[in-house]
Design a binder for this molecule. Structure first.
Ligand code: CP
Length: 332
């Protein structure tokens, strides 16, 4: 939620700032990076997300955002983020316009992202953007009068995923502070773990980074976390970590971000969570994954009490409902 310094002059809704709304911290603000939010602001979204659960699963029905339009621009593949934003909007009574491929847009004719954003901005009340390039959401926020939500920008960040990850941990464990949380897999290219490590440091969790050396957490991120008082353990030894973990957050090795396919083949399949390795885990250790998974979690784990990843994917709906409510000023 950066300040509005770079935002263009408001053209279409000159009275947008005069409304009285329930959450001035988020109303009409961009969500570009989890670093733009304080711990208190994150907690307020997690609290609102908990209230959204009965609306997210259809037990209760309300249309506080009737008349609003969400613009879903997904210029990189997505299942969960795109559909859960769409579901969240519908559950709240908002309409959705969407693009799921560059080839469907005039970007394929050479139009810039900036011009595309200027147009779509006029067609909706909030833009949800996934883009292959790091920094794209920040750029879009600059050119959009309406708020922009970053739905993942290249290897950059994925703040709404981080919010739903925090929500999942808090619901499963009752707290985040002091938990031992191991992030496993592709920590170099995995944007979800960059944002999550940041937020978990804000919440005082103990972090362990488990990855092959070539896919470890980037040094600048580790250094930054250390400066903020977190002293993460950096290792490639998954077996040595499982017994002490409260949360195992597993990630896919991001084949599409490797410049050289032969480098991908060297590390593909390095870690696999199965029932044999989980015998080392405490009985209430939870396994999370932002999904999609390839082969890093065996299907046999799905039926165990450890598996939280499908619940985690569902949690994308109440969390994104909470964000849309807060940003668009919905009241229940
Ligand atoms: N977790 C996540 O971002 O999934 P999608 O790529 O399917 O949206």
């Amino acid at each position: 939620m950066p300040d509005d310094g770079g935002r263009m002059q408001r053209l279409y809704r000159p009275d947008a700032h005069t409304r009285i709304v329930s959450n001035p911290d988020f109303y009409d603000k961009d969500i570009v990076s989890i670093r733009d939010m304080t711990r208190g602001q994150i907690e307020s979204i997690l609290d609102l997300s908990a209230k959204m659960v009965p609306y997210a699963n259809g037990e209760k029905v309300a249309r506080p955002l009737a008349g609003k339009i969400v613009g879903n621009l997904f210029f990189e593949p997505s299942t969960r983020t795109r559909l859960s934003f769409e579901s969240a909007a519908h559950r709240l009574g908002a309409d959705v316009i969407d693009v799921s491929q560059v080839s469907e847009t005039s970007i394929s004719k050479g139009e810039t992202l900036a011009d595309t954003i200027r147009m779509v901005d006029a067609y909706c009340d909030v833009i949800v953007l996934r883009h292959p390039h790091e920094g794209a959401a920040r750029l879009a926020a600059k050119f959009s009068e309406n708020p922009v939500i970053n739905a993942g920008d290249g290897a950059g960040s994925h703040p709404t995923q981080t919010l739903l990850d925090l929500f999942t941990i808090k619901r499963a464990k009752g707290r985040i502070d002091g938990l031992n949380i191991a992030l496993v897999g592709d920590l170099k290219y995995g944007r979800t773990v960059h944002s999550l490590a940041d937020a978990l440091t804000t919440f005082g969790a103990n972090l362990t980074f488990v990855a092959p050396e070539s896919l470890q957490m980037p040094e600048d991120i580790v250094k930054d976390l250390e400066e903020r008082g977190c002293n993460p353990v950096v290792t490639s030894d998954l077996g040595g970590v499982i017994g002490g973990a409260d949360v195992l957050y597993v990630t896919r090795i991001q084949r599409e971000r490797f410049p050289d396919p032969s480098e991908y083949r060297k590390v593909a399949g390095t870690y696999r969570i199965d029932n044999a390795i989980l015998r080392e885990a405490s009985k209430d250790m939870i396994v999370m994954h932002p999904l999609p998974r390839i082969d890093e979690i065996a299907p046999e784990v799905d039926g165990t009490p450890h598996a939280k990843y499908f619940e985690q994917a569902f949690n994308g709906i109440p969390v994104r409902m909470a964000l849309l409510m807060a940003i668009l000023g919905g009241e229940l």
